[in-house]
Design a protein around this ligand. Structure first.
Ligand code: BG6
Length: 479
């Protein structure tokens, strides 16, 4: 069966930088065996060729696969543009006619990609339903929804409810691009395709886990959006909690969308609710110096650009093992990493000749230094029994000759072939909000913990370093 991907919000950055380059790369690799058509929809008026020409430039720049004119000509002949306003019912009827025309009346699976302003998701879905575009009696109809999925639990529930009036849950693909990252999927392989890690992946051997998403960029021109969102909505409700779920989940019986997501959801169910003094004791909040001067940010804003959450999973595997989730803008470097810090050895048998080793550490580098490192103690050569830390280093990039596919490549193909394993389910999104909402509320209350200012190009507030030291632990700050 042929496929059509319809992108709403086609004139936006995401389409030109990510979606079209990803689809072109998959076309070049011949991943999809059947004909693929792409229709961009937004309000601006373009001729098909005008849009194709604009996309040619950005695709040449951003595609993972080597760009060449011949394959672009072949790919782009199936790229169309259709002007339309999401608020206009008539435009959806015209879109339906246009789609029938290019599909030549043959059964053709469709993916509708909502890359619009989030305020338009609901109306776009209603319009798709009213125009009969969600009817999958002849061929599949799926919808991809970009983040943010709501701004809190209530709005996410309302959005789920209104989408479910038009699309069944199995037709809905809520995107979190972190799940499309190869190194994130590699965590499944690391944990469930090896027998040596799983037996020690628990409270008996693990002291704590650090999940860090550090960004060197600052808010820049996104001040208006960012100040409303803050780092908990922008990064924690989605990306950080996704990384935590994959790190903490039980092995599913099969790699299957329902089973994988069942296990992830169980992790969220187990997250200990914070109350009373927990919000001050188990969170750190910061704002980089200079944030208040960003365009669109009110001069008295108390929005966080840095946060740490210390979470616990109350279940058999993880009881009392802290999960430190940390993210910030304006940090020393861009790095996403998961550190599994194992316990120290119970007893040192080398007397005074050796220092107390820190404990083994497994570091999963999600980006940009994609790889995995295992830190362990070795003997210092030519010493009595002194030890030092050495590293086994696996470089993920070396396997792909330096061109790891972009996250959107995987996710777009999965949505077309109908594999929802790497997309968030309705209960997952709602549970994630139910963890984040009370923290945001506490941070907006008179009892909010101090908002620490921090210098950019550093690892966030120095208070966060001290806070960790007070727990006899240290951050693994690696660039
Ligand atoms: C987005 C956030 O979801 O993720 C941005 O809105 C953030 O603020 C971005 O910069 C980070 O994604 P990546 O893939 O660059 O780590």
């Amino acid at each position: 069966m042929a496929y059509t991907v319809v992108i709403f919000g086609a004139s936006g950055d995401l389409t030109s930088r990510k979606l079209i380059p990803a689809l072109y790369s998959q076309f070049k690799k011949n991943t999809l065996k059947e004909k693929l058509q792409i229709v961009g929809v937004s309000r601006s008026q373009f001729e098909h060729d005008q849009w194709r020409n604009a996309l040619r430039e950005t695709t040449a720049k951003f595609a993972n696969e080597h760009f060449d004119d011949e394959s672009w000509a072949e790919f782009s002949q199936n790229v169309y543009y259709h002007a339309g306003d999401i608020k206009e019912t008539q435009d959806f009827h015209e879109l339906a006619v246009f789609l029938e025309k290019i599909e030549e009346g043959k059964p053709c699976g469709r993916v509708y990609y909502l890359s619009t302003m989030p305020q338009l998701y609901e109306v776009a879905i209603q319009q798709l339903g009213a125009a009969g575009l969600a009817d999958d009696s002849v061929a599949f109809r799926r919808v991809i929804i970009e983040k943010p999925f709501g701004t809190d639990l209530k709005s996410a529930q309302a959005l789920n409810e209104s989408i479910h009036k038009v699309f069944r849950e199995d037709q809905i693909y809520r995107i979190d691009h972190y799940l499309g990252k190869e190194t994130v999927q590699n965590i499944f392989a690391l944990r469930f395709a090896n027998s040596i890690f799983e037996p020690i992946w628990n409270r008996n051997y693990v002291d704590h886990i650090q999940i860090t998403v550090a960004e060197s960029v600052v808010v820049g021109r996104r001040g208006g959006y960012y100040d409303e969102a803050g780092i908990l909505r922008d990064m924690f409700q989605n990306h950080l909690l996704q990384l935590m779920m994959i790190t903490a989940m039980e092995p599913p019986a099969r790699y299957d969308a329902a089973l994988v997501r069942d296990e992830k959801v169980k992790v969220l169910h187990s997250v200990r609710k914070m109350s009373g003094g927990d919000f001050a004791a188990n969170t750190v909040r910061g704002q980089y110096l200079g944030y208040l001067d960003e365009e669109g940010v009110p001069p008295n804003s108390v929005t966080e650009t840095y946060a740490v959450l210390k979470l616990f999973c109350d279940n058999w595997r993880w009881k009392d093992v802290p999960f430190y989730l940390r993210s910030g803008k304006g940090m020393s470097c861009r790095t996403t990493q998961i550190v599994i810090q194992f316990r120290q050895v119970p007893h040192i048998l080398f007397g005074q000749k050796t220092r107390m080793p820190l404990g083994n550490r497994l570091v999963i580098q999600v980006q940009p230094a994609e790889g995995i490192q295992l830190h362990f103690e070795t003997k210092v050569p030519d010493s009595e029994m002194k030890t030092r830390t050495s590293t086994l280093d696996f470089d993920f990039n070396a396997m792909t000759h330096g061109s790891i596919p972009d996250a959107y490549q995987r996710l777009l193909v999965d949505s077309i072939v109908g594999d929802a394993s790497l997309f968030a389910r309705s209960d997952e999104v709602e549970l994630a909000w139910s963890i984040i909402d009370p923290i945001i509320a506490a941070w907006r209350s008179p009892a909010a913990p101090t908002l620490y200012p921090y210098e950019t190009d550093y690892w966030g507030p120095t208070e966060a370093t001290q806070w960790m030291a007070d727990q006899h632990r240290e951050w693994f700050d690696f660039c």
